[in-house]
Design a protein around this ligand. Sequence first.
Ligand code: 3HC
Length: 321
Amino acid sequence: MRRDDNGHALEFQQRIDRGDKIEPQDWMPESYRQALQRQMAQHAHSEYVGMLPEGRWITRAPSLHRKCILLAKVQDEAGHAQYLYSALESLGLSREQAYGQLLSGQAKYLNIFNYPALSWADVGMIGWLTDGAAIVNQVPLSRSSYGPYARAMLRICQEESFHHRQGFDLVRKLVEGSPDQREMAQEALNRWWWPTVMVFGPPDEDSVHSQRSMRWGIKLYSNDTLRQKFIDQTVPQIHHLGLSVPDEHLRFNQETGHYEIGLIDWDEFQRVIQGNGQCNRDRIAARRHAWESGAWVREAAACYAHKQAARLTERQGEQNV
Ligand code: 3HC
C-alpha cells in the first residue's frame, strides 16, 4: 500500500465506523471491493440457483392458489438475483464475469440449494426454514456499509418475509391435515433442518472472512451469532406445530436462555460446498443450459440497444444542424 493509500485507508475505516454508506464512486481499498464482490456474488448466485429446487414444483402444486403463490415466490428470487447482479456491476463485476465464476465453480452459492425438494412438504420447508434463515442473515445486511448492497437488502427482506409466511402456512396446513400429510411434513423437516442450520456458514473459529468483513461492515454479526438467533426463534415454532426437531441433543439452557443443539456435520457441509452434494452437478448444468439457450435474447437486446443509441445520435445530429 502506498503512503497516500494509508491515509485513505484510515479515513475509509473512520467512515465505516461512523456508519456512513460507501457508494460506488467513493474511494475504497481494493481488498474491500474484492471482499464485497465475493460475498455479493455468492449471495446473487444463491438467489439465482435457489429458484431451482422449488421451481420444479410449480407444475405440480396441489391447487391453483398454491401454484400462484409459488410462481410469485420463484419470480421474486429471480428479482433478488437481478438486484444483486446489478449491485455487483457497480463494483466493476459484469454479469458475464459473475455468471462465468458461477459456471466454472469459482464462486460458491449456498449449500442448501444442493439438496433435492422431494415432496410438496419440502416446498414449505424451503419457505419456512430457508427463507427464515435468509431473513435472520439479511435483515442486518440492510445496514451493511456498501450502499447498493444495503438498499437491495431492504426490498429483498420484505419479500423474504412473505416467503417465510407462505412456507409456514403451507407446513401448518399439512400438519393440520391427515396423518400421512403430518408425516410428510415431519420427514421434510428431518431432511431440511441440518442443512438450514449450516446455511450460516462454518463455526466462528473456522470462518476465514468474518473478522475482516465485520470490521468493514460488510457483514454485521458472526456466523454462530446468527445461527443461534435462528435456532432460538425457530425451535418454538416447530414445537408449536407439534413437529419434532431431528436432534436428540437439543435442549433449552435455562441459564443462558438459548437452545443448545447437537454436533453439526461439518464434513457434510464441506463436501456440499466443494461441489459434491446431491444436486451440485444438476444445478450448474441447469444454469449453464439457461445461459446458453438465452444467448439469442442477450444478442437481440444488445442489437436493439445499439440501434436505439444510433437513432438517438442521428436525431441529436439533425437538431444541431
Ligand atoms: N454455503 C456455501 N458456502 C458457504 C456457506 C454456505 N452456507 N457459508 C460459508 N461458505 C463458504 C464461504 O463462501 C467461504 O468460501 P470462499 O472463501 O471460497 O468464498 C467459506 O465457506 C468460509 O466461510 P466464511 O464464514 O469465512 O464466509 P463468510 O464470512 O462470507 O460467511 C455467509 C458466509 C454467512 C454465507 C456470508 O457470506 C453471508 O452472510 N452472505 C450473504 C447472505 C447470502 O448469501 N444469502 C443467500 C440467500 S439466498 C436466498 O435467500 C434464497 C431463498 O430466499 C430461497
